[in-house]
Design a protein around this ligand. Structure first.
Ligand SMILES: [Zn+2]
Length: 369
């Protein structure tokens, strides 16, 4: 397997030393080709370093930063992606090292054939900074002309990246295996025939959802057939507990977001059903009223049962189903010799009249005889 430094030339479009602009914008197209080329090479098992400089700076700084990134790695080849300008048409590859001539010639031929533009061939120059300063031999590809109508009509980022890959590695990108591809917008999945899934779920190592344009949703909720799903940062469908924007949610093994009371691993949780106080599906903590009863959901969301001390008072949450639901707060109720008042707090250090009888409670809640 090979090792490569790949970079797109110039600063990002609209910043510092941007590239050529015509029908196409060089700094946008070269980065798109660069991204697909890197994805292709990685999918074939090669080691690839992205040496693009995306800072806002001068031409000189941009070139020096690219070279510094390239020279931080030991590789077989440095590949610089550019688009040409000045009224010509076709693809050309610049080199300074004759050892790169056959690779450069292959790239020219593959790109010209694949995109359907003129092959301008290999060119030598002693004046290109990147070619003169990288440790590994370098190739500078001028993929096409941004200001030429024919080149613009024929231009295809994917075909260009595939053609460069094929020329560099000798392994055909089309007709190999289906593969993930990342471009400037996001991840998409390419089948061997070049087609890709859109507006659908696809099961690969797990489930993914592709939008109408074919990009996998990432870090995003999806409302699908009246149910909520969440696609994580890595595009995989979330299952189980998931913390999103500060709230906890629970997604079933089928990815569906659950709500209401849910028993999970033996404990009860309440996941918001209304979406008023907090988002729909968000795990509730603290005291909560449901119907005629009050429940207490601990900091980890699990419903409290039995004696719980909070804010300086003891409360008792029902542990069995005899008189009221499990977990509901007991009120106006004797529990094991202690008395729970109307607000649920255990009586202590006070005298109360209960059922017509005076009861005096000590500081621990025990009845004084
Ligand atoms: Zn350029």
């Amino acid at each position: 397997m090979g090792t490569y430094n790949i970079h797109a030339g110039h600063c990002p479009h609209g910043q510092g030393a941007g590239g050529a602009v015509g029908y196409l914008k060089e700094s946008i197209e070269d980065r798109a080709v660069k991204n697909l080329l890197i994805a292709n090479l990685k999918s074939q098992g090669n080691t690839v370093y992205d040496c693009t400089d995306d800072t806002n700076c001068t031409v000189r700084q941009n070139l020096q930063r690219i070279v510094a990134k390239c020279n931080a790695h030991s590789v077989e080849k440095d590949v610089s992606i550019h688009l040409n300008a000045g009224g010509g048409t076709g693809v050309e590859v610049w080199i300074v090292n004759p050892a790169m001539e056959s690779a450069a010639a292959k790239i020219c031929a593959e790109v010209a054939k694949s995109i359907g533009i003129r092959n301008r061939g290999v060119k030598y120059s002693n004046n290109l900074y990147v070619l003169n300063h990288t440790k590994a031999p370098a190739l500078l590809i001028e993929c096409c002309f941004v200001d030429n109508q024919t080149d613009y009509n024929q231009w295809n980022v994917q075909k260009c990246a595939d053609a460069i890959t094929n020329a560099l590695t000798g392994h055909k990108m089309s007709g190999t295996t289906a593969t993930w591809v990342k471009d400037n917008i996001g991840w998409w999945y390419r089948y061997t025939d070049g087609s890709y899934p859109k507006a659908q779920w696809v099961e690969l190592d797990t489930w993914y959802y592709f939008n109408a344009k074919g990009y996998a949703l990432a870090d995003e909720w999806l409302y699908y057939k009246n149910k909520w799903y969440y696609l994580k940062k890595d595009c995989r469908m979330a299952v189980g507990w998931q913390q999103i924007d500060g709230y906890w949610y629970y997604l079933g093994s089928d990815g569906v977001m659950l709500d209401g009371w849910q028993q999970i691993k033996g404990k009860w949780y309440y996941l918001d059903q209304e979406g008023e106080e907090r988002p729909h599906g968000a795990m509730v903590t603290g005291e909560m009223k449901d119907g005629n009863h009050t429940y207490y959901l601990q900091d980890n969301g699990a419903m409290a049962k039995g004696w719980i001390k909070r804010k300086g008072s003891w409360y008792y949450y029902n542990e069995d189903n005899n008189c009221q639901p499990i977990g509901s707060m007991m009120r106006n109720h004797w529990q094991g010799g202690y008395y729970l008042k109307d607000d649920g707090r255990m009586a202590s250090g006070e005298v109360l009249e209960i059922g017509g009888e005076k009861c005096e409670f000590d500081a621990d809640g025990k009845v004084k005889k």
